[in-house]
Design a protein around this ligand. Sequence first.
Ligand code: NAD
Length: 488
Amino acid sequence: MSPVEEAAEILRGFGIDASAGELESRSPIDGQLIGAVKIGDAGKACTNAAKAFLDWRLVPAPRRGELVRLLGEELRAVKEPLARLVTIECGKIVQESLGEVQEMIDICDYAVGLSRQLYGLTIASERPNHRMMEQWHPLGPVLVISAFNFPVAVWAWNAALALVCGDPVIWKPSEKTPLVAEAVMTLVRRALDRFGDAPEGLVQVVQGGRDVGEALVDDKRIALVSATGSTAMGRSVGPRVAQRFGRALLELGGNNGMIVCPSADLALAERAILFSAAGTAGQRCTTLRRVIVHKSVADRLVDRIKQLFASVQIGDPRDEGTLIGPLIDETAFEGMRNVLGDRIERINAVPGGFYVRPAIVELPKQEGSVLKETFAPILYVLRYGDFDEAVAMHNAVPQGLSSSIFTSDMREAERFISVAGSDCGIANVNIGPSGAEIGGAFGGEKETGGGRESGSDSWRAYMRRQTNTINYGTELPLAQGIRFDVAP
Ligand code: NAD
């Protein structure tokens, strides 16, 4: 079946009519049109969300969790067709799309448990007969702006938490992947119907490009903007939200490195490198872009990666055996060609799609294009002699998302994850930098934006903290022993 036919069949299954609209979607598999959707109304969505907030914040959190539990059930029921639609619309292989939908299910499960654990602290008061505590209250409407490469999971990471935290959600999906967002909204509607009494406008999608994103970002009724995409996008969104004193959670570009030490298990390292550098056609924020390898093992490792890159199966991401699908579009291909020039190897896999062989570039020094994120499968290799030099090289890029080390030396491993080691939000030992689990907080430092979402205590970004002091005595002592009495 062609991508167009398969997309039509899946969309029918979801009850979606994607035959008309200003925003067209093309499959990167063959560049053909697979549907179109209408551009949304940002202002109306904010009005609806602000109204929904007034009711949803009053619903007990465990009951809010029930809605997310039902959403998880709906996702389980259609995991396969939703994953195939992700593959058709963004080009990642079916295995990875299944993983992406599984991540949505996982975060739903996580959020259901979380809905009974939105804990505050009690704090010792310095005053007699006083009690201090903090509470976490719902924050307000949350805007989720998502990128094309994780077209559904990023929304789920945010939405599942926001909903249990008491916040309505507006989703501005990537303009390159509008159809999967419509499919997810079908599931949301099914879950809402089963839930029964959720307010109108609790979960909305607003389709469109950058201009629609900007209109939403500027709307004062949006309490939190959670934006995932390029550093250029974050550079625009961050100040706009700050200008109106809104809250921003930025998940931006990465330039992820791996240090391979002399004691590394090279067989493991090579497998990790293949998945994290070439998987998703190099289009993950956590994609491995830089290998910093000790000179004693560099030749062996580089030879082996070259062999793997040369033999990896590239083609239609729906085919079993394919490990690398197409780039998202021609612009991505041109971005890769700008770096590689004539050395780019285009593969004629499916006419109309942009398929490339992953490339290795060996560099004597870390300068030029290696300092930027090119969203394509280019792996830079740098050699080192001294461990401190390797760590310094690793950190000497503007981005700070994910990182890893391969070593059997416990001292090197511990130094890499210590305060003087990797400066990234994620630092792994003997696994690659990509493929995070939802249980940990996800995000990075520096130009990656500083946001954290998904697991651990990331939920706090979706709530407002209130500190309470309660006096149950008959006196009114002031803090710090201040005396402020009217003379008798
Ligand atoms: P992009 O920045 O082009 O677009 C991302 C989203 O932002 C889209 O929905 C787009 O419409 C919107 N947008 C763009 N400019 C905007 C603006 N000024 N105001 C409001 N909205 C705006 O990114 P992309 O090409 O879709 O995705 C690839 C990029 O995303 C890479 O840099 C990748 O590293 C990054 N990414 C980061 C993470 C992370 O968690 N750190 C995850 C996935 C992707």
